[in-house]
Ligand binder design. Structure first.
Ligand code: AVJ
Length: 320
């Protein structure tokens, strides 16, 4: 059953906010653009395509880990739990988990995109008639209120799959995790997917695929600026670049200007030198112990870690 309180989606990205963020980023040195703006309709489609690429191992590896270990995860979580999925999107990996958590169980998908959210909530509610589904439209990186469940809840557990945490630098990642610890409270848990450090070649191929889907995903950000902010980026004058920055343990995506040029956006001008780049995304990679330390610094205790035979990706369970 989907209980639906009247749901107001915070209008996350007004045009004004988008414009402010874009101009601030392009006036900074070096130039940056926030990766959260990748996901308009076209960007979300391209991301779904990325998840199917032979080079992009994270999604299929995380799904395999969930398939193999969801029953152990469900046992650790236990009955009378509220599962709060952060950035639930289309709730792709959720079924494996919900099938294996003992009942009673309440599921709270949290997403900024209202349409995605209600569609996914309906699908989960149809498939699991005995689960109370309470969708919340919110930005999970800011504070939000949890809905009240019908049945008494013994613990709250956040589910944060997809290695989205990798988009955050260490300090904001710690803050986000500390916010999750506060949200689930004492006795609560966190089940989180994160990507593991590995050889440069595998990492760079995952973010620079042969079919150029990731390049299209990256350049879509410029197309979006053109469309929504009246920019005049010539997409073919920028080159996609993905590089593993080993000292920071992160893949960085860039758009590199092929020539010296001036771009206009809503009356503002942005000069580019030939070879100058805009950094559009950071994707941090961890070792089991480096992620445990991060989680501990946010108030969590490591309980168990699951990984795949090639140790490409990990899903960990932590408690407050
Ligand atoms: C959705 C942030 C997990 O960092 O791997 C995929 C996004 N960017 N290919 C990632 C992404 C380019 C992805 N996350």
């Amino acid at each position: 059953m989907v209980s639906q309180a009247p749901m107001q989606c915070p209008s996350l990205t007004s045009r004004e906010q988008f414009l402010r963020d874009v101009l601030a980023g392009l006036r900074a040195s070096p130039k940056v653009l926030p990766s959260k703006y990748f996901y308009d309709q076209r960007g979300s489609q391209l991301f779904d395509q990325i998840c199917e690429l032979p080079e992009y191992y994270p999604t299929r590896t995380e799904v395999a880990i969930m398939q193999s270990h969801a029953s152990a995860m469900g046992d650790l979580i236990g009955p009378n739990s509220m599962i709060i999925e952060l950035g639930s999107g289309s709730s792709m990996k959720t079924g494996w988990l919900l099938e294996n958590v003992p009942r009673p169980l309440c599921y709270v998908p949290v997403d900024i995109s209202g349409e995605h959210l209600l569609e996914a909530a309906d699908r989960i509610a149809d498939r699991f008639a005995d689960i109370e589904v309470l969708p919340v439209c919110a930005d999970f990186s800011a504070e939000f209120e949890l809905p009240e469940a019908d049945t008494a809840i013994d613990r709250r557990v956040a589910y944060f799959p997809g290695s989205t945490i990798g988009n955050f630098r260490p300090a904001p990642a710690r803050q986000l995790l500390a916010g999750i610890a506060k949200l689930v409270g004492p006795g609560g848990g966190l089940l989180i997917g994160f990507d593991l450090e590995k050889d440069r070649q595998t990492l760079e191929a995952a973010y620079d695929d042969a079919d150029q889907v990731t390049a299209a995903f990256n350049k879509n950000l410029l197309r979006r600026i053109n469309q929504e902010l009246g920019g005049d980026f010539a997409l073919e004058q920028f080159r996609h670049r993905a590089v593993y920055n080993e000292s920071h343990r992160r893949v960085e995506m860039h758009l590199v200007s092929r020539v010296q040029q001036v771009v206009r956006i809503d009356g503002a001008t942005v000069p580019f030198a030939a070879g100058e780049s805009i950094r559009t995304e950071l994707s941090h990679k961890y070792r089991p112990d480096s992620f445990a330390r991060l989680a501990q610094s946010a108030g969590f205790t490591p309980v168990q870690l699951w990984t795949d035979p090639k140790q490409l990706f990990a899903v960990g369970y932590y408690t407050v």
